[in-house]
Design a protein around this ligand. Structure first.
Ligand code: NAD
Length: 491
């Protein structure tokens, strides 16, 4: 936490037409801080009439925003970037308060959001309209158009970063945008809206609607919304993708994960140990890119000793934040209980973690479970907490077979000092993002973010040029503009 004072934010509204809006008739959802259970504030639950109004505001804004030249649109993004940097401490405080992660982790997610924003400010330079003389006097041309009013549905684990995967690119491309943040972390989203207004974004271009399942479903079904992205659990990602696609809408839904880290005997013990623990325990394991299964190949005993030592060093409440809710703590500890009951060894036990003075906080300490068979519950389910299940195998091919057989496909990493082993693994891992000696292999922009298999439904990735392709549609224009009446096959 920075030096800023913890204060209750009070009730925050939806955000539309450049300002907060709390419709009188709507129920409120309370927002509690996982750090210590404090009530931070509340947000309204969006009802159909509110959503209809927000979509209408966005549609009206779209008419002029989509016609605003791209070079002018990105000027707003430049100003927004300056404001994010100016308010970085305040934003990181807010993210930490509502999400429970550590302050450096909260700051890091704004940094990553700014990276996507920087990519979006380069849209005029990378815009890939193309023109070619395809026949004598005849040109074919691509023109890229915004889609209309678009929706982005976000999870709890990154209140700023995940929304920022989509906002700058979609808005930069000329769309009007509605964000449906997680009801668990809705406050940062509203602050982003305020900063957009300060940056001079025309009213109605960026909107926030709060709510849970019913609100989200009404938004997905709304005929005024043409395309949507979703980031969250696989179960909901699949449902949202099917629902949107069945309505003929363009959809991209990123789901959950179960990421495997493979360690071979030639790995550097110190680099590996620190990196494995950072991957598994960072953001309290609540990252879709977090390591969840560690596969040790052959004799790596010395490396495991260092991994255990690294896990034991972590100070809960300082270097390891809270998990999102009491329900999440109970769920995560349940996985550890059942692993223990199944006879696996709890090498480091994070159950019952408490932080002095924050007794109502929801903390789980670092947990390492050894002797786990590949088919065990803790080796297969997405636990989404600071828990690493350790599987021992004899060969790299066995490790790859385990990684390949998991239904998800976000990330997989190998730790080795051999280029040949690294390449062998990278070519065979069944994941969209692969790390070599990197446990959280998030590609830096302009390389795009996106998994495979049950970690993503839809085509393309969510950032980079794929983001531009997703939030636009192409028109193909064929033009004959010649002084002669000569015929050719294009005439
Ligand atoms: P979640 O699926 O519970 O919720 C995500 C969003 O969907 C929220 O805004 C929620 O209000 C809404 N929602 C919930 N149920 C819904 C329903 N039935 N219909 C429509 N909308 C619904 O996810 P979460 O718990 O907030 O986030 C954690 C999950 O997100 C983890 O599984 C994690 O792996 C995943 N995640 C994935 C990525 C990725 O890039 N693949 C990134 C971040 C998080």
């Amino acid at each position: 936490m920075s030096t800023a004072t913890l204060t209750q934010t009070g009730t925050k509204g939806h955000f539309t037409n450049g300002q907060a809006w709390i419709p009188a008739q709507e129920n409120l959802i309370e927002v509690h801080s996982p750090l210590d259970g404090t009530l931070l504030g509340a947000v309204p639950v969006g009802t159909p009439s509110t959503i209809d109004q927000v979509v209408e505001n966005a549609s009206t804004a779209f008419k002029s925003w989509s016609k605003t030249p791209l070079k002018e649109r990105v000027q707003v993004l430049f100003r927004f970037k300056t404001l994010l940097e100016k308010h970085l401490t305040e934003l990181a405080d807010l993210i930490q308060l509502e999400n429970g992660k550590t302050w450096p982790e909260a700051k890091a997610e704004i940094d990553k959001g700014i990276e996507v924003l920087e990519f979006a400010t380069s849209l005029p330079q990378i815009w890939d309209d193309q023109i070619l003389e395809v026949s004598s006097g005849v040109n074919c041309q691509y023109e890229r158009y915004p889609i209309g009013v678009v929706l982005s549905i976000a999870p709890f684990n990154f209140p700023a970063m995940v929304p920022m995967w989509t906002i700058p690119i979609a808005i930069g491309c000329g769309n009007a945008f509605i964000l449906k943040p997680s009801e668990l972390v809705p406050l940062t989203a509203v602050r982003l809206g305020e900063l957009f207004s300060e940056a001079g974004l025309p009213p109605g271009v960026f909107n926030v609607v709060h709510g849970q399942r019913e609100t989200t479903e009404y938004l997905i079904d709304h005929p005024g919304i043409q395309a949507l992205s979703f980031v969250g659990s696989t179960k909901v990602a699949r449902l949202v993708y099917q629902r949107a696609s069945s309505l003929g809408k363009k959809a991209l839904a990123l789901g959950g994960a179960k990421n495997h880290l493979v360690v071979v005997p030639d790995a550097d013990p110190e680099i590996t140990a620190k990196n494995v623990i950072a991957s598994a325990m960072g953001c309290a394991g609540q990252r879709c890119m977090a390591a969840s299964v560690l596969i040790l190949v052959g004799d790596t005993g010395n490396i495991l000793d260092q991994i255990i030592a690294e896990a034991r060093k972590i100070r809960v409440g300082e270097e390891l934040g809270a998990v999102i809710s009491p329900a999440a703590k109970t769920r995560i500890e349940g996985y550890i209980d059942r692993a223990e009951a199944a006879g696996y060894k709890i090498l480091v036990d994070g159950r019952g973690a408490n932080v002095a003075g924050k007794e109502n906080g929801t903390y789980v300490g670092p947990t390492l479970i050894e002797g786990v068979p590949a088919g065990a519950e803790c080796a297969c389910d997405e636990i989404f907490g600071p828990v690493l299940s350790i599987i021992q195998v004899n060969t790299l091919d066995e490790a790859i077979a385990i990684e390949n057989s998991n239904p998800y496909g976000n990330a997989a990493s190998i730790y080795t000092t051999s280029g040949a082993v690294a390449r062998y693994f990278s070519e065979r891992a069944s994941s969209g993002m692969v790390g070599v000696n990197i446990g959280v292999p998030v590609p830096r922009e302009p390389f795009s973010f996106g998994g495979w298999n049950d970690s993503k439904f839809g085509h393309g990735d969510i950032t980079g040029m794929d983001g531009v392709r997703f939030w636009t549609k192409l028109k193909k224009i064929t033009t004959k503009w010649t002084a002669s009446a000569a015929q050719n096959w294009m005439s």
